[in-house]
Design a protein around this ligand. Structure first.
Ligand code: ADP
Ligand code: MG
Length: 677
């Protein structure tokens, strides 16, 4: 099924080859993404019911979900006084007691379906025992017939359904598909190594498929799931690793190892020494840049760990070797910040630094200092080598960088993987360094970036002030603003972040920058506040940032736009309102804007969220500053969706594998495939 071989499996036959699937049902199944027999066989049940022994209605316990079997003795619609809304109610009897079931929105079909005398299986959670009552139960009509053994006297699956397709019909179809096609479920092509460690103790694939639908014991379900997940991870690793192999076979590296000519004076000019972690990572990069294959490396480092300095050193290696370098940032603000830094660092060394963003090119007039008339015209550029800093506009059509040796992508999570590849292919296989502050838990790293080597800066530069984090309710805001005024009076600056640009009609409780800005100005007067969000014109954004950097503005009122990369060491307060509307990883990124100088910093998260889970999430930030711990916790609490959403990259489509929990399986799959290849 997940076989990389190209032989056509009978399982790819349309689902209509299962007896009982006509045009109408095929249409309904398609709504669930089921088109082939294989799709149907891999349609994972959402829960199971143990129907080996039913509870008697008399045995039902309050709030404990259970399945009973009873015959309808009364049923009907009850209208409420005002008229429009109606409730449907019916009463089941199994000889031991009666059970009332209610649906608060009567549907037209109910009266015809729940008729007196019909027998049903009823699943739900009793909310009262006097009388016994279940609201909105799941039900299944009992139609004694030849396939009755599929539906009772066993543990049965309840699959994800769609309107018009009942649990019973779905179960029947899956059963028939198994009967007809089970023999065709082949072991993956790597089957010859199935005595290998990860497969030991797990059932054959065909058995696993049957077990996931019709387990003998509930404990079988997890075993079957692991087997099917393993197949997914192996297939995925196969894809990733063979792509990498192919790449290495076809691409020849440009020799960019450098000779320290520029590096030495650069390091001497910095007002800090590289941390051991930065040095270690640079060694790895230098080895790659001088190696036979083009570098494909992911550099992970928590916010503030000093990735920019590493990028600068890597760039110098390529520049020393006579190649040009491209540095790409996800936002204009960030591109300009980099441009400013690199100009300061590199121009004294005789390196050309150029800016190219969507709205601006170097040479055009604007807030940035630079010589006039130096428009980028790369085609006529000659040594000395240049570094081009920009947004993705760097790589738009017509802008071809000559002699491109190294591409550095900063804050990778804003670029997709596909985008990454097209970018790099513009050049003649330049080296690629991708930098991210999103702490990617190992599970995700191994699947998402299996084709990249990984370097980690696992240590922060010293001499930084501590960051203290507090979660507070809205009622504390006046005190919080008092605190911010105090810090500003002491010479520091603050970020104040809201989830929205504008207040939405649907959700007036979520605060927006455009509305709160005036309040903040009033609360902090005579100190100055600036406004920053995505809909502000680039030039204005730049001016606001410049004013903030120069401390002409003491408070920056912004959306999460400032979450990546912005570096103003004098800012020591981060206030986030409606904090529950941000992901944990995102809040951690925001918090990374402070604690960059020697002063003590404060992050205040305002949230009135009542939900214990929301509170628990925010508490994690109070407890730890470690981005990896936070990302792992977020992954556990919210699943991979949130984090992956930020990564916006080729997130694998897994039915059985769980990126948050299957680290062991993923690792085993990776090792196995490496061995095979
Ligand atoms: P990030 O990894 O989040 O991109 P930056 O590269 O913006 O972090 O670095 C954060 C701050 O730390 C910058 O002001 C930078 O100059 C400073 N920095 C970088 N490396 C060191 C170091 N080894 N020692 C002291 N400060 C450093
Ligand atoms: Mg950065």
């Amino acid at each position: 099924m997940s076989s990389p071989e190209k032989t056509v499996s009978p399982l790819t036959a349309p689902v209509s080859s299962v007896w009982g699937v006509g045009e109408e049902r095929a249409r309904l199944l398609a709504r669930l993404g089921i088109f082939t027999v294989e799709d149907l066989l891999l349609h994972q049940p959402r829960r199971y019911e143990d129907r080996r022994k039913f509870l008697a209605i008399r045995e039902l316990k309050l709030n404990e979900p259970a399945t009973v079997r009873g015959t309808i003795i009364a049923a009907g619609i009850e209208r409420f006084k005002q008229g429009k809304r109606a409730m449907f109610e019916c009463v089941f009897d199994d000889g031991t007691a009666r059970l009332h079931c209610r649906w608060w929105q009567a549907q037209p079909w109910m009266e015809d379906w729940f008729t007196v005398g019909r027998e049903f299986l009823v699943f739900g959670k009793p909310d009262s025992l006097k009388p016994r009552n279940i609201d909105h139960p799941e039900t299944e009509l009992v139609e004694p017939g030849e396939d009755e053994f599929v539906h009772v006297n066993r543990i049965v699956p309840v699959h994800p359904l769609t309107e018009g397709l009942t649990a019973r019909v779905m179960r029947t179809l899956v059963w028939r598909a198994l009967e007809k096609f089970e023999r065709e479920i082949a072991e993956p092509a790597m089957g010859r190594v199935q005595s290998d460690a990860p497969y030991q103790g797990l059932p054959a694939r065909a058995n696993a498929v049957r077990m996931i639908h019709f387990p003998e014991e509930l404990t079988d379900v997890e075993i079957a799931r692991q087997r099917l997940a393993l197949d997914e991870f192996v297939a995925l690793q196969f894809q990733i690793q063979s792509r990498r192999k192919k790449f290495e076979a076809s691409a020849k590296a440009l020799s960019c190892g450098g000779d320290n000519r520029l590096m030495k004076p650069f390091l001497a000019s910095l007002d800090f020494k590289l941390t051991p972690a930065q040095t270690k990572v640079l060694k790895e990069i230098r080895t790659d840049l001088g190696g036979v294959h083009p570098m494909r490396r992911l550099l992970q480092g928590d916010v503030g760990s000093g990735k920019t300095a590493v990028a600068a050193c890597s760039a110098l290696m390529a520049l020393e070797s006579g190649f040009n370098v491209a540095l790409m940032a996800p936002t204009e603000i960030l591109a300009e910040q980099h441009f400013r830094n690199f100009t300061k660092w590199f121009e004294p060394l005789g390196v050309n630094v150029e800016l190219q963003t969507g709205s601006r090119k170097s040479g055009e007039d604007g807030g940035l200092k630079r010589e006039a008339g130096r428009r980028v015209r790369p085609s006529i550029l000659h040594p000395p080598s240049s570094i081009f800093v920009g947004t993705h506009a760097l790589f738009t059509a017509g802008f071809d960088l000559p002699k491109l040796g190294l591409v550095i992508i900063d804050e990778q999570h804003k670029f997709g993987v596909a985008q990454r590849e097209t970018l790099v292919r513009k050049g003649n296989y330049p080296h690629l360094l991708v930098m991210t502050a999103t702490p990617i838990p190992r599970t995700l790293g191994l699947t998402l970036y299996g084709d990249l080597d990984v370097s980690v800066i696992d240590e922060m530069p010293g001499g930084r002030g501590e960051i203290k984090t507090f979660v507070r309710m809205t009622e504390k805001l006046p005190k919080v603003f008092g605190f911010i005024r105090e810090k500003i009076s002491g010479g520091r600056q603050a970020y104040i972040v809201y989830p929205r640009v504008e207040v939405a009609d649907t959700d007036k409780d979520i605060k927006a920058v455009t509305k709160e800005f005036a309040n903040v100005q009033r609360a902090l007067a005579p100190f100055k506040a600036g406004l920053l969000h995505g809909r502000i014109k680039s030039v204005d954004k730049e001016n606001v940032m410049a004013d903030f950097r120069a401390n002409k503005i003491q408070a920056l009122v912004a959306t999460s736009l400032i979450e990546v990369g912005v570096d103003v060491p004098n800012a020591t307060v981060m206030l986030v309102e409606n904090a529950e509307h941000f992901g944990l990883a995102q809040l951690h990124q925001l918090r990374g804007r402070i604690g960059r100088g020697v002063h003590e910093s404060f992050c205040i998260l305002i949230s009135d969220a009542q939900h214990p889970e929301a509170q628990a999430r925010l508490k994690i930030l109070e407890e730890t500053n470690d981005g990896f711990k936070i990302a792992e916790a977020d992954l556990k609490l919210r699943g991979p969706g949130e984090l992956l959403g930020q990564l916006q990259s080729g997130v694998p489509d897994l039915r059985f594998g769980n990126l948050a929990g299957d680290l062991n399986l993923i690792r085993q799959a990776r090792e196995l495939v490496a061995k095979i290849l």
